[in-house]
Design a protein around this ligand. Structure first.
Ligand code: HEM
Length: 481
């Protein structure tokens, strides 16, 4: 009885102290901001959460335990949303503004002087990589990278380079009969990246590169502490090692090109040989930084979308049948030859399946910008240095009818403006968006025309961190059609 009483008093005291800290943190921010911005300025509606950790507990509650990420935003909108589309909070270690209306996202993307992209732990991909540079330098590097991976001639070259590995990977899945799709897709996608990035064959170097890549990705999410034993330190070591692998390849190329002018058809050669309008080539560091940053930006996203496509097609057999019909007629016209990028990107139903997968899988649920100055927006002030978190509502009923249904035919109707932004927006819009679509479409072509598969755990649970995926990583059984 006495113990129970003490316990109740203790719980009451903890709750009271927690509530006081929560209340005080928001008041403190309000005062601090008014002292710097001046009287009469208003922060966006919302709450800054607890000292130091901000809103992290609520975020984890909805993402990790409750497993309903949309409700995280939903609950905030209910409490603080006032039609302007911004809510203040403290997330990922910084005071932030969540942007949740498509038109407000568009405004932030467009105002690229007031809101810029600052990647955390940028040292891992390098100071001259596309994601690290701004202004003119960004424009210049972006044009190099875009020409090397996202334009029609690059796409047609990559389409032919990646299919042989896709075909042999799918045959190997059948031999195993039961496979974990995510792991297998990861393997074949990495081998293909090795191929079209730097003509690397699946040998030791590629295995080492894959290990380095995993280390770098962990480093991005880690606390920036560069001492042995930390994830950040390990990531920097992994970067060094990857740079050496690519540098080695770069030097070999220079020797080859001194003897012959015949280009090698891969990204490394593309970046080495392109000139900009002023006839400047990229420097060695720029080439290497960009190879590493493309690897980090484009690998995991493509793997996740491909795995989700395999899952949705198993769940929606009518969609699979329509996809198969379209691809069978394409295959029958090819007489055993590989499909071209042009043919697959013009296959209407296939592209609708790819687009619908990208929408529903929502593998990049938000992107970040940072305010470069105090910015006024519809009566509120966003202080300099605050993060803008652009939240995509691809699964919101305001933006899509019956959003949780996998329905490729929804793409026949015109989209509501700016509701679909899986590749971000403005000048930072994903530079690999067509390449990503192409790779997913190609693997679906070979999968749908040669194989049938089923889910081992149709009711597998979802997890959302660090990325949205099913807990069983999509285990399937697969056989020849
Ligand atoms: C379905 C797969 C993909 C998704 C969902 C995706 C999504 C995104 C998003 C949301 C951004 C941020 C845009 C912003 O900040 O506004 C981005 C940027 C970027 N993506 Fe992708 N991406 C995918 C595939 C790829 C691929 C295959 C590559 C290249 C191999 C790539 C390379 C990049 C790069 C370099 C940037 C930075 C662009 C810049 O700063 O100018 N992405 N991507």
């Amino acid at each position: 009885m006495v113990v129970g009483l003490w316990f109740a008093v203790l719980m009451g005291a903890v709750t009271l102290v927690g509530w006081l800290l929560w209340w005080w943190n928001d008041v403190r921010y309000g005062r601090l901001v008014m002292a710097t911005l001046g009287e009469g300025k208003k922060l966006p509606p919302g709450h800054m959460g607890f000292p130091i950790i901000g809103d992290l507990l609520q975020f984890l509650w909805y993402f990790k335990f409750f497993r309903r990420p949309d409700d995280y935003i939903g609950s905030k909108r209910k409490k603080y949303g006032d039609g302007v589309g911004i809510i203040r909070t403290h997330l990922f270690g910084k005071p932030s503004v969540i942007v949740f209306l498509p038109t407000t996202c568009k405004h932030v993307f467009r105002d690229d002087k007031s809101f810029i992209l600052i990647w955390k732990n940028i040292e891992i991909v390098g100071e001259t990589s596309l994601v690290a540079v701004h202004g003119k330098a960004h424009f210049r590097i972006r044009s190099f990278v875009s020409r090397s991976i996202n334009k029609p001639d690059a796409l047609s070259r990559i389409a032919l380079a990646v299919q042989p590995r896709m075909i042999s990977a799918l045959q190997s899945w059948v031999k195993k009969h039961k496979v974990v799709a995510y792991k297998e897709v990861k393997k074949v996608t990495f081998q293909n990246i090795g191929k079209y990035f730097a003509s690397l064959e699946p040998r030791r170097t590629l295995d080492e590169l894959e290990e380095c890549f995993a280390g770098m990705v962990k480093g991005f999410r880690a606390y920036k502490l560069n001492i042995p034993g930390t994830a950040f330190h390990h990531a920097l070591q992994c970067r060094k090692r990857s740079m050496l692998i690519f540098k080695d390849e770069l030097e070999k190329r220079k020797k080859i090109h001194a003897r012959s002018s015949r280009p090698i058809n891969d990204l490394l050669d593309g970046l080495m040989n392109l000139k900009d309008d002023e006839v400047y080539y990229l420097s060695d560091t720029e080439i290497l930084d960009n190879i590493v940053s493309l690897l980090v930006s484009g690998f995991e996203t493509t793997v996740l979308v491909t795995t989700w496509a395999i899952y949705y097609l198993a769940k929606y057999p009518k969609v699979l049948q329509k996809l198969r019909d379209e691809n069978m007629s394409l295959k029958n016209n090819k007489n055993g030859q590989l499909v071209t990028s042009d043919e697959i990107l013009k296959s209407k139903y296939t592209i609708k399946v790819v687009e619908e997968t990208i929408r529903l899988a929502n593998v990049v649920p938000f992107v970040l910008r940072t305010a470069t100055k105090n910015v006024s927006y519809k009566g509120y002030t966003i202080p300099k240095g605050w993060n803008m978190i652009m939240w995509y509502l691809h699964t919101n009923t305001e933006n899509f009818d019956d959003p949780m249904c996998f329905n490729p035919d929804r793409w026949d109707a015109p989209k509501k403006p700016v509701t679909y932004q899986p590749f971000g927006g403005g000048i930072r819009h994903c530079v690999g968006n067509m390449l990503a679509r192409l790779q997913v479409a190609l693997i679906l072509h070979h999968l749908s025309t040669g194989y049938k598969w089923g889910l081992e755990n149709p009711d597998a649970k979802m997890r959302y961190l660090p990325y949205p995926m099913l807990e069983d990583l999509v285990e399937i059984t697969i056989e020849n059609l």
